[in-house]
Design a protein around this ligand. Structure first.
Ligand code: AR6
Length: 187
């Protein structure tokens, strides 16, 4: 249900939610952008768990479109759900857009399995990975709305709020327009 989607301009590391989603890379060992901010603020326990995941189940790295949870360390949230967005490549648009949608579906499923009721997302792939913001927003909001509307019965039922935390007024405006379009109110 679209009414459970909220948009805020801000920093995802400051959100009081059950789970924050990290736009990670497949190494799970940190990087820049949201990933860097989460590890910096959350402290070393997040990286310790990521290293354990690499030493066990995800030895080859976390594939694009998948998700895995760790502690949130010192962040106000309880868990970090790490997901790996696709790098934007126009020639492989369809395949990669499906992977971007998968990031949202899988992250919501992982969060719901943990018992999270509130989840915060950044604009996955819309930074270093180069996805055009308006299209990233359309895919993000459309996919989350589908899950909340029952596309994934379990994840959809558990979630009280899915919050998009957008860095800067420009990205926030892009998401606001995309949400209006999704609600059928036009630009
Ligand atoms: N809170 C919310 N949004 C943020 C924050 C923050 N603290 N910091 C940046 N953003 P990016 P990607 C926005 O590059 O494109 C990393 O090195 C940012 O302005 O973090 O999926 C990883 O390790 C942009 O709108 O993620 C990967 O290697 C959005 O979050 C790679 O970057 C996503 O930008 C992943 O690239």
């Amino acid at each position: 249900m679209v009414t459970r989607i909220t948009l805020v301009e801000g920093d995802i590391t400051e959100q009081q939610v059950d789970a924050v989603v990290n736009a990670a890379n497949s190494s799970l060992l940190g990087g820049g952008g949201v990933d860097g901010a989460i590890h910096r603020k959350g402290g070393p326990r997040i990286l310790e768990e990521c290293r354990r995941l690499r030493a066990s189940h995800w030895g080859g790295g976390l594939p694009t479109g998948r998700s895995v949870a760790t502690t949130a360390g010192r962040l106000p949230a309880r868990w970090v759900v790490h997901t790996v967005g696709p790098v934007y490549l126009a020639e492989e648009y369809e395949e990669r857009a499906e992977l971007l949608a998968s990031c949202y579906r899988e992250s919501l499923r992982t969060a719901a399995e943990l018992g999270a009721r509130t989840v915060a997302f950044p604009a996955v792939s819309a930074g270093v990975y180069g996805w055009p913001p308006a299209d990233a927003a359309r895919i993000a909001l459309g996919t989350v709305a589908e899950v909340l509307d029952g596309g994934d019965a379990q994840a959809g039922a558990e979630l009280a709020e899915v919050r998009f935390v957008l860095f800067g007024a420009e990205m926030c405006g892009v998401f606001e327009r995309a949400l209006r379009e999704l609600l059928g109110q036009g630009g």
